[in-house]
Design a protein around this ligand. Structure first.
Ligand SMILES: Cc1cc2nc3c(=O)[nH]c(=O)nc-3n(C[C@H](O)[C@H](O)[C@H](O)COP(=O)(O)OP(=O)(O)OC[C@H]3O[C@@H](n4cnc5c(N)ncnc54)[C@H](O)[C@@H]3O)c2cc1C
Length: 309
């Protein structure tokens, strides 16, 4: 492809600019993107798409990709939850209405031994401030605070960058003076995968009803090796909350790795529910009387989830 063709493709396919790019570790970043159009209306917890042309450079150290000639001028798009840094540089809750950008919290997928070669993140990690990108014009999704009433206990349980929507939802709860308890736990492999941990420390010091718990699975001595499922079955979640889980006034939000979430299959003919193996959080919670949302029937329970793949 000639330089002119590249410039023309970028001009035609991109509609936003990277205004902030921060690597938290070589495989984890916070990205802020300013659309060429006014920031679309949305609710915390929702997502939009980001896209880059297959013609863009991939960062080094990722799985090799072989492209068909017909793909070279196409754009690869993926869904990303809108994230939020929650606090401004003075330690006060951010005034998001003043911003003309959207924040994203993204992990680099270097390889995928079981499926398609990761196409977008190796290209996102080669970006820099000022670079152009494609952003979806619609921000959408059901993963919002709609079902939460004032005074409810809200529990966010995430894996890795599944923390992104939880941070934005936390911002919304704190900004509207939510009186109930807010508990936010995130499970990662290593402590350096916890991109917003300083923010959570500041929040805990400022808001007595807010608690953040970091769980690492591959770093002995930083936290015990605890998966989210174990946190609930062991009773530690209730210990941390300081009260028993009350079905009537608690909403649980699950985001990230589908194995942690464990969405059951509901057989419409037999009415039978089958849970996946290994045991996910939905099975653990439903065995205690909680009910998860069912997308197909639009049933809304007190467990809400967003799977990342
Ligand atoms: C509604 C929604 C919101 C999402 N929000 C985010 C977000 O805020 N931040 C984010 O990093 N990702 C998010 N994702 C995942 C994102 O869409 C991409 O799948 C991911 O960034 C990898 O893109 P890729 O093209 O490099 O690889 P893909 O071809 O999309 O994925 C290849 C494989 O990578 C693994 N994978 C995908 N996403 C992750 C992840 N986040 N952590 C660990 N392994 C993963 C899976 O095994 C997947 O099969 C979201 C997905 C959905 C459906």
């Amino acid at each position: 492809m000639t330089g002119e063709e590249l410039t023309e493709l970028r001009h035609r396919r991109y509609n936003a600019t990277v205004v902030y790019f921060k690597l938290l570790n070589p495989d984890l970043m916070v990205l802020r993107v300013k659309p060429d159009f006014p920031r679309p209306q949305h609710h915390p917890g929702q997502y939009c798409t980001l896209g880059l042309g297959y013609w863009e450079r991939r960062t080094v150290g990722c799985q090799t990709e072989t492209l068909a000639a017909s793909e070279e001028t196409k754009v690869v798009r993926r869904a990303y939850s809108i994230s939020c840094s929650i606090l401004d540089e003075h330690g006060a809750l951010m005034r998001l209405g003043d911003n003309d950008w959207l924040e994203f919290y993204i992990v680099l997928v270097r390889e995928n031994p079981d499926g398609r070669v990761p196409a977008l993140t190796p290209r996102l990690f080669a970006l820099g401030e000022g670079d152009r990108i494609q952003i979806g014009e619609r921000i959408t999704g059901h993963y919002t605070l709609d079902p939460v009433k004032p005074g409810d206990t809200v529990i966010f349980l995430g894996t890795g960058t599944g923390e992104a929507p939880h941070n934005y939802l936390t911002w919304e709860l704190l900004s509207r003076g939510h009186a109930g308890k807010i508990f936010n736990a995130c499970c990662v492999r290593y402590a350096h995968d916890l991109g917003y941990s300083d923010t959570h420390r500041h929040l805990m010091a400022q808001f007595p009803n807010y608690k953040y718990l970091a769980l690492t699975t591959r770093e002995m001595g930083v936290t015990r090796k605890v998966y989210i499922q174990d946190l609930i079955t062991s009773g530690e979640l209730e210990e941390q909350l300081g009260v028993p889980l009350d079905l009537a006034t608690t909403h649980v939000f699950l985001c990230g790795n589908p194995k942690m979430i464990g969405v059951p299959h509901h057989d419409r003919t037999t009415g039978e529910t089958t849970y996946p193996k290994p045991v996910g959080v939905i099975e653990v919670l439903e065995s205690r009387g909680f009910r998860a949302d069912i997308a197909a029937t639009k049933f809304k329970g007190n467990v809400h989830f967003e799977e990342y793949w």
